[in-house]
Ligand binder design. Structure first.
Ligand code: ADE
Length: 230
């Protein structure tokens, strides 16, 4: 998969993509990630990318020209263009799965007060990572790249994401334990030491349901709706 990121702050991505699983995924050729500073596409003599809003108001608005030219230089018939914005579709694990099947993603990061409305026409999809406002689309773009890359074949063990929280079963992950058996008086549940795989699977499923009921009952409601409407 190829991911192009259209941003004013390419340096923000350096550390994040140069560690751990995302770094290894790039080294293994599973994903190619490239940042593009759309300021370099500005036709303004001072490489201006924003201006005051028509009709008045505070702050600056990103102009269409640099972003249009940057995206058009990257786009092919296989590209899916995504605009990161708080008014986009709320991001969910299912969307990460769907996007992990794409060949080429172009992620547009807005900044400042906002962007010229006409920039929306470039996007096949608008995504929000949550109901809060960040200073720009860079952190949301990192969230997408991370959540999508880990799902690409050969990046992590497939079993590992089948057991993720928010997988297709819409249950939170079961509790995990490792050595030692007792820590500060807290014991690992006996069943996990039993070697009985059927019992362990049943225990983990029940714990997942318990945890979801307690912490995210809304997920169980969605699951019920899905079961009744599939
Ligand atoms: N840009 C600013 N805030 C955002 C959010 N919550 N999601 C996506 N893009 C954003």
């Amino acid at each position: 998969m190829k991911i192009d990121i259209v941003t004013l702050f390419p340096e923000m991505f350096q550390g994040v993509f140069e560690e751990s699983i995302i770094k290894r995924a790039q080294e293994k050729g599973k994903v190619e990630i490239q940042e593009h500073n759309f300021r370099t596409f500005s036709k303004d003599p001072h490489q201006k990318v924003d201006d005051t809003p028509y009709g008045g108001g505070v702050g600056m608005v990103l102009m269409p020209q640099p972003i249009f030219d940057c995206v058009e230089s990257l786009r092919t018939p296989l590209s899916k263009v995504i605009l990161l914005t708080p008014s986009g579709k709320p991001y969910q694990q299912k969307m990460a799965y769907d996007l992990s099947k794409e060949k080429h993603l172009i992620l547009i990061c807005g900044h400042y007060e906002g962007f010229d409305e006409r920039i929306r026409t470039l996007a096949d999809m608008e995504i929000s990572i949550g109901d809060y406002v960040l200073t720009g689309g860079e952190i949301p773009a990192m969230v997408l790249v991370d959540s999508i890359t880990r799902l690409l074949p050969g990046v992590i063990q497939e079993r590992s994401h089948l057991e993720d929280s928010f997988n297709e079963f819409n249950l939170l992950d079961y509790p995990n334990y490792t050595k030692p058996r007792v820590y500060n008086g807290m014991k690992v549940p006996e069943v996990l030491l039993s070697g009985d795989h059927q019992k362990i699977e049943q225990y983990r499923y029940e714990e997942s349901v318990k945890k979801t009921t307690l912490l995210r009952p809304d997920l169980l409601e969605k699951r019920k709706f899905y079961e009744e409407n599939k």
